[in-house]
Design a protein around this ligand. Structure first.
Ligand code: NDP
Length: 494
């Protein structure tokens, strides 16, 4: 389709097929398309075809979060968490007679059904909003023109006033001999068999979450990461707690270690570490970060700049270096979380189609790592608070045995932490590692975003008996750190 011209008040004005063409129907793309349509824009969205099982394609309306990320991962976390529930139930009077067995294929089938259902829900959301859905691979041809190669091989051109890049990211690969024997989280979510022995490389979200999943399902798990503790960027004290919990639940931890080679043998995949050790696994997972999906978009040809890893460079309004081309979500590598992509999408539509220029607000973005038990945080870590502090900082911590564990005898403590500015009394950061941490932290995030002080936490009445009430009953300062103190790493809770 070509760009047409029409006369408005005697002046030639461009007319495009669409007001907005969105490339990528993941969290950021779908939200942007729907909200733009809600403002009256004529919108198209293009996505690759959906294959619920195959990992050969990265497509599907719903994107990474729905199809090969947050949602299927959480389903597997639920599946894995039953094993400890069965163990814990004994002292509550339950006897499970006969062997407890786990059917991986049944879980996988149900997971796939749910993902397929959600894919349909997302499609309906788009069509009900009046968005035109296109299937195929899109790339930029000109600053107002996109080419789509449809599944039947047909190449079509579409023009648009604005173009939004929302193509997300894909798992990074490690360039070592035998790397093709390893899988990424894409395949890990759809393995045909539950592996008996797993090696995981990485210390980020995906690595510790899959360590919990496979460990909970009864696999032997060896987790290799190149730092002293997993989850770089999180509060050091909480990182130590997560490592301790993983170890206590049976995951073999290999800190300060990476992998140097993989080799196929009769027994499985032989894994060589950079310490000269060897072990054999059925599955090797690389979970070493993600890179933006920009390679095939032809961005350079139209002047859209990317950084050294390929992330689209954007300003505070998500506008790229070409004024009518925008980008939201993981492809911009800001904070790579679904709710952040949703926020960026909403702000984009308000700015471009709603007449309300709106910047995404990256303050107090809460997040959770769905290890077992989960970790959830909002605001500053202790290390960030010390680095940024103009005033002294007070740290409040609580390490306690959750009520359920007093009966079940599970040797696992819940840890909570508040970081407070001694001058303003504002709570700068909160973290929790323990059952229900993400459910609890969402409410704490509202408090921090509203600028709550420690005195307001203290004057809030608790919900009893709950773990959450501990957040409003931490009266004694664990330590006070003077402004200007150099950051100490890796505080340990005994
Ligand atoms: P992360 O960025 O969280 O972690 C990457 C890990 O890989 C780090 O431990 C890093 O080590 C390690 N690493 C990087 N390069 C190498 C290498 N060459 N050799 C060995 N180790 C290496 O990435 P993930 O893949 O876990 O997750 C990707 C992103 O997806 C996350 O950042 C997050 O934004 C999102 N996500 C969010 C989830 C949630 O909200 N619950 C769940 C899953 C993913 P080091 O620290 O030393 O650099």
């Amino acid at each position: 389709m070509a760009r047409k011209m029409m006369l408005k008040d005697g002046v030639e004005e461009a007319v495009y097929d669409f007001d907005l063409f969105v490339i990528g129907a993941g969290s950021g793309g779908v939200r942007s398309a729907r909200t733009a349509a809600g403002f009256g824009a004529k919108v198209a969205i293009c996505e690759l075809p959906f294959h619920p099982i195959s990992s050969e394609t990265i497509g599907g309306v719903g994107g990474t979060c729905v199809i090969r990320g947050c949602v299927p991962k959480k389903i597997l976390v639920y599946g894995a968490s039953f094993s400890s529930e069965f163990e814990d139930s004994r002292n509550f009077g339950w006897d499970i007679n006969g062997p407890i067995t786990f059917d991986w294929k049944r879980l996988l089938e149900n997971k796939t059904k749910e993902i397929t259902r959600l894919n349909g829900v997302y499609k309906r959301l788009l069509t009900n909003s009046g968005v035109t859905m296109l299937e195929g691979e899109a790339k930029l041809v000109e600053r107002h023109k996109v080419e789509v190669i449809h599944p039947d091989g047909e190449h079509k051109h579409y023009t648009a006033q604005h173009i939004l890049i929302a193509t997300g990211s894909r798992a990074s690969q490690l360039n070592i001999p035998g790397k093709d024997l390893a899988i990424t989280s894409d395949e890990a979510l759809s393995l045909e068999e539950l592996p008996k022995r797993v090696v995981i490389l990485g210390g980020g979200y995906i690595a510790v979450e899959f360590a919990g999943i496979w460990n909970g399902m009864g696999s032997k798990v060896d987790l290799f990461y190149r730092k002293e503790l997993p989850l770089r960027g999180f509060d050091d004290e909480m990182r130590a707690v997560v490592a301790k919990n993983l170890e206590n639940r049976g995951v073999n931890l290999h800190p300060n270690t990476s992998l140097s080679k993989l080799e196929k043998t009769k027994e499985g995949i032989k894994v060589f570490t950079d310490h000269g050790d060897e072990l054999t696994a059925d599955v090797v997972l690389f979970a070493i970060g993600r890179v933006p999906n920009t390679k095939r978009l032809n961005l350079g040809a139209v002047g859209v700049e990317v950084d050294h890893i390929g992330s689209v460079k954007v300003n505070e309004f998500s506008q790229s270096t070409v004024s009518n081309i925008w980008a939201v979500g993981d492809v911009t590598n800001r904070i790579n979380l679904t709710p952040v992509a949703l926020m960026e999408g909403t702000c984009f539509s308000k700015t471009v189609f709603g007449g309300q220029p709106t910047k995404p607000d990256y303050q107090h973005v809460p997040c959770a790592v769905f290890c077992l038990p989960p970790l959830s945080v909002v605001g500053l870590t202790e290390q960030q608070a010390i680095e940024q502090a103009k005033n002294d900082i007070a740290i409040f911590t609580s390490a306690f045995t959750p009520m359920k564990n007093t009966i079940s005898a599970r040797q696992e403590k819940t840890i909570m932490k508040l970081i407070v500015d001694c001058e303003t009394d504002k709570v700068l950061g909160a973290s929790m590692c323990g059952p229900d941490a993400p459910e609890i932290m969402q409410g704490i995030a509202v408090a921090l975003k509203s600028g709550a002080t420690k005195a307001q936490f203290d004057s809030t009445v608790g919900i009893h008996p709950s773990a959450a009430e501990e957040f409003v009953t931490m009266r004694t300062t664990t330590r006070r750190i003077s402004a200007g103190t150099p950051v100490k790493k890796d505080h340990q809770i005994s």
